[in-house]
Design a protein around this ligand. Structure first.
Ligand SMILES: Nc1ncnc2c1ncn2[C@@H]1O[C@H](COP(=O)(O)OP(=O)(O)OP(=O)(O)O)[C@@H](O)[C@H]1O
Ligand code: SF4
Ligand SMILES: [Mg+2]
Length: 381
C-alpha cells in the first residue's frame, strides 16, 4: 500500500481518557445547542465511557428463558478527537461492529455512555436525537449488498434527504446529489444508473457519497474496503483521506488489515473479546506496542521484504478465541498469552498508562491493559 498518501497534517493526539463536560441531555434546548456547536480541531468530539452490550442467550421456543449473555462489548472507553481518524482493529468477533452499531444508535447499549460534544446520545429523543443522527453517519463494508439494487444512484444518495429535508429542499436535491457524485470522483451524469452498473470500488464511492449527503461531522467506517480488490482499496482510502480534509470530518475506521489502518489512522485502538487492550498513536501502537496481544497481531502481518522477514520474531497465538459468552476471569487474553502469570487469572488489568512508563518520555507511555506491559521489538509494518 506504498502508494497511499499518508496525511501529513495528522492531529497531535493527546493520549488518555479526557474529562467529559457533560451537557444536560434532559433539556432539549441545551442538547441541541451543544450538538450544533463547533468543536476545535484535536478536541474530543465523541467520548465513549464504559460502553457495554450484552446480547441475551435464550432457551425454549414458547417460553424463552435467558440462560446467559454474549458479552460482545464489555466496558469500552475511548475518545475520538475532531479531525482525527481512530482505527479499531482486532480479530473477528471481538466486538468492533457492535461498537460501531452502538455509536450509530442502531443497537441499544446495555449500559455506558456515548457523549457527543458532551451530550449523552444514548439518552436522547426528539429533535436532539435527529440532529445527532444527521451528524454521525456510517459507511458499511459490503458495497454489493448495502445498496438497494432497485433504486437509482440518485435515489440512494438522496434518500437521507427524505428524513432530513432541511439539508436539501426538494427542488435542490438533484443538484446536491450530482455535486456529491462529483466529490467522490463519479460522473454526475450517472445519477440515473443502478448499482449493478458500477464496479465494486465505484459502489463504495456511492456508499461514501450517501454518507456525506447530510454534511455529517463523524463517519464510522466498518471495514469499508475489505470487500474490494487490493488495487482499488488504495484509491478508496485516498479518497476518504481527501474528503476528511475537505469536509473537516472525524473518522472511526474499523478494519482487519493492520497496514491499511496504519496508513489512514492518527490513533489506533486494539480490541480483544469485547475490551480495549491497547490504544495510542499509530507510532505508539505499531512501533512500540506494549500489550502481548498487539505484539502477536503485528508479528503476523506479512512483510514483503525477505531480509526484514528473516530477522523477525513471529509470535504464534495458541488456542482459539474464547467464547464471549464465557470469557476468562481476570485478563481475557490470558488463555492465549505467553506471559500469563497467576495474577492474570484473578485481577483484571485496567486500560491505563503502565506505572513504569508514566514518568518517562517514551512512546511506550500509552494506555495498555496488561499487568506486565513492556515493549517488544516486533517489526514495524
Ligand atoms: N445481534 C446479535 N445477537 C447475538 N450475538 C451477537 C449479535 N451481534 C453480534 N453478536 C456477537 O457479538 C460478538 C461480537 O460481534 P461483532 O460483529 O461486533 O464482531 P466484529 O469484531 O465486528 O467481528 P468481524 O471482524 O468478524 O466483523 C460475536 O461473538 C457475535 O457473534
Ligand atoms: S495481563 Fe497477563 S495475561 Fe493479560 S496480557 Fe498481560 S501478561 Fe498476558
Ligand atoms: Mg464486524
Amino acid at each position: 500500500m506504498a502508494e497511499l498518501d499518508k496525511k501529513d497534517d495528522a492531529v497531535d493526539a493527546t493520549p488518555g481518557i479526557s474529562e467529559v463536560e457533560v451537557v444536560d441531555a434532559a433539556s432539549e434546548t441545551a442538547a441541541l445547542a451543544a450538538i450544533e456547536a463547533p468543536v476545535d480541531r484535536g478536541e474530543p468530539i465523541l467520548q465513549v465511557r464504559n460502553l457495554v452490550k450484552h446480547f441475551p442467550l435464550t432457551q425454549g421456543i414458547l417460553f424463552k428463558k435467558q440462560i446467559g449473555a454474549v458479552r460482545a462489548v464489555d466496558g469500552v472507553s475511548f475518545d475520538l478527537h475532531q479531525g482525527e481518524t481512530l482505527g479499531i482493529v482486532g480479530e473477528s468477533g471481538c466486538g468492533k461492529s457492535t461498537v460501531a452499531k452502538l455509536l450509530m444508535l442502531l443497537e441499544t447499549a446495555t449500559s455506558g455512555e456515548v457523549f457527543y460534544k458532551g451530550t449523552d446520545i444514548t439518552k436522547l429523543s426528539g429533535k436532539a436525537l435527529k440532529a445527532v443522527r444527521r451528524n454521525i453517519q456510517m459507511v458499511f463494508q459490503d458495497p454489493y449488498t448495502s445498496l438497494n439494487p432497485r433504486m437509482t444512484v440518485g435515489d440512494i444518495i438522496g434518500e437521507p434527504y427524505e428524513i432530513h429535508p432541511e439539508v436539501a429542499p426538494k427542488g435542490d436535491r438533484r443538484r446536491k446529489v450530482q455535486e456529491l457524485l462529483d466529490v467522490v470522483g463519479l460522473n454526475p451524469e450517472y445519477i440515473n444508473r443502478y448499482p449493478h452498473q458500477f464496479s465494486g470500488g465505484q459502489r463504495q464511492r456511492i456508499g461514501i457519497a450517501r454518507g456525506l449527503a447530510l454534511n455529517p461531522e463523524i463517519i464510522i467506517c466498518d471495514e469499508p474496503v475489505s470487500a474490494l480488490d487490493v488495487s482499488v482499496q488504495a484509491q478508496v482510502i485516498n479518497l476518504m483521506a481527501k474528503l476528511q480534509d475537505e469536509f473537516n470530518l472525524s473518522y472511526i475506521f474499523i478494519a482487519h488489515d493492520l497496514s491499511i489502518v496504519r496508513h489512514i489512522s492518527d490513533r489506533v485502538g486494539v480490541m480483544y473479546l469485547g475490551k480495549m487492550a491497547e490504544i495510542g498513536t499509530d507510532t505508539q501502537i505499531y512501533d512500540h506496542p506494549t500489550h502481548p496481544y498487539t505484539q502477536a497481531l503485528l508479528s503476523a502481518v506479512p512483510v514483503p521484504d525477505p531480509e526484514a522477514r528473516e530477522g523477525r520474531e513471529r509470535i504464534i497465538l495458541t488456542g482459539d478465541v474464547p467464547s464471549p459468552a464465557n470469557p476468562p476471569s481476570g485478563c481475557r487474553f490470558r488463555t492465549r498469552c505467553w506471559k500469563a502469570e497467576d495474577k492474570c487469572a484473578t485481577e483484571e488489568p485496567l486500560l491505563a498508562i503502565p506505572q513504569r512508563f508514566k514518568s518517562v518520555d517514551s512512546p511506550a507511555a500509552h494506555e495498555s491493559a496488561c499487568h506486565f506491559a513492556e515493549e517488544k521489538a516486533v517489526l514495524a509494518v
